[in-house]
Design a protein around this ligand. Structure first.
Ligand SMILES: Cc1cc2nc3c(=O)[nH]c(=O)nc-3n(C[C@H](O)[C@H](O)[C@H](O)COP(=O)(O)O)c2cc1C
Length: 348
């Protein structure tokens, strides 16, 4: 059985995680997998480790779906010690007895696509199928397809990219996780390939130059961030839909549930040939500000984050819940965008 658990994990770690940092480690039992969170929660986005919980949710969903395809059912026990602990879950597998187990989902084909999408509408039957894929999770999901609202929302959410060139800490965090070549990517086994962030040669050169914070700071004074943002906004506008997850009660378990629903939806979208890109960074920062953690963020940035996020909430008419995650969806010309790499599962 341990071999099977290993096999399951080798594939399950292809779950998405913020900046592809893969914040997990595992302990294997006879028929169980214990999952631990290795995120230090220090990044500005990582308020109360929420983004890492979403990544863990996606990982758990992968394990459950792979196990199912191999003929096992999974009992998921979240936080077996306490929610303050980094012991995220104990997953216990047993034979499902299903005669026809479901097909293995397209786990390795799922990836983040940051290219402009074709703006052709998503067929009604596909939309229904996407909604069905998240219906059994304890989070609310909405999908915007009206062009006008979609453009407004992608415009607002693109502001997250502006902060990379505005806030020294976000700038340094972003560049720490960029990999400039295949060799560098294979050496670290984590982070994001520059070509997955920006396939255009010109943009790669600009991003390389902007690695220097002092230079970025000077160029910003003449409006550089706005030029870059203008390009990003144009790319993000080229989407067919925007999906968003809303929760009521804010607990680590609910963030994990968001991650499970996100991954179920992303796998379904992949199976339908749809590309997906998360656009959530500004909302993670807004959540931090809502809890009155304003340190490390400038006055100007605070005003911007609050203004933009409030507009996202009012455009989506979310009054009582918290938006935990947004994604843009669409079909692409170029399905073969760069795949990110993974480390082998770290067994402790
Ligand atoms: C919590 C979380 C937040 C993310 N935020 C963003 C984001 O703001 N922009 C983006 O382009 N990708 C974002 N991603 C996607 C990750 O960068 C991506 O999953 C990771 O680099 C691995 O690449 P892959 O999805 O192609 O396997 C996010 C993923 C997670 C799980």
């Amino acid at each position: 059985m341990k071999n099977i658990l290993h096999e399951i994990l080798e594939l399950a770690v292809y779950a998405p995680s913020g900046d592809n940092l893969q914040p997990w480690a595992f302990r294997l039992g006879e028929n169980s997998i214990d999952i631990f969170n290795t995120s230090d929660g220090l990044a500005l986005y990582d308020f109360d480790k929420h983004p890492s919980y979403i990544a863990h949710g996606a990982l758990i969903e992968n394990i459950v779906q792979i196990a199912e395809a191999k003929g096992y059912k999974t009992d998921v026990k979240l936080f077996p010690q306490s929610t303050a602990s980094d012991h995220i879950a104990t997953l216990t597998l047993s034979q499902s007895g299903f005669v026809n187990p479901p097909k293995l989902p397209p786990i390795k084909d799922r990836h983040t696509d940051r290219t402009p999408f074709l703006t052709k509408p998503i067929e009604r039957s596909v939309i229904e199928d996407l909604k069905k894929s998240v219906a059994n999770y304890k989070v609310n999901f909405g999908l915007v397809t009206s062009k006008k609202t979609l453009h407004k929302l992608t415009d607002l959410l693109a502001t997250g990219d502006e902060l990379i060139l505005d806030n020294p800490e976000i700038h340094s965090y972003f560049y720490k996780n960029v990999r400039w070549s295949d060799e560098e990517l294979n050496k670290t086994g984590d982070g994001m390939h520059i070509r997955s962030i920006s396939p255009s040669f010109f943009d790669v050169i600009s991003l390389k130059i902007l690695q220097n914070w002092s230079l970025t700071n000077i160029l910003n004074k003449i409006g550089l961030a706005h030029v870059i943002l203008f390009k990003r906004r144009k790319i993000y506008k080229q989407s067919s839909a925007l999906g968003y997850f809303v929760i009521g009660e804010e607990t680590p378990e609910v963030y994990i549930e968001t991650g499970r629903a996100l991954q179920a939806l992303w796998l379904k979208a992949t199976a339908h040939g749809l590309s997906v890109q998360p656009l959530s960074s500004i909302l993670f920062l807004y959540n931090r500000l809502q809890k009155n953690h304003k340190e490390r963020i400038s006055e100007r940035e605070i005003v911007l984050i609050e203004k933009v996020s409030r507009e996202v909430y009012s455009t989506l008419s979310v009054k009582d819940g918290l938006i935990t995650f947004c994604i843009r969806l669409g079909y692409t010309k170029n399905i073969n965008t760069i795949q990110s790499v993974r480390k082998s599962p770290q067994i402790i």
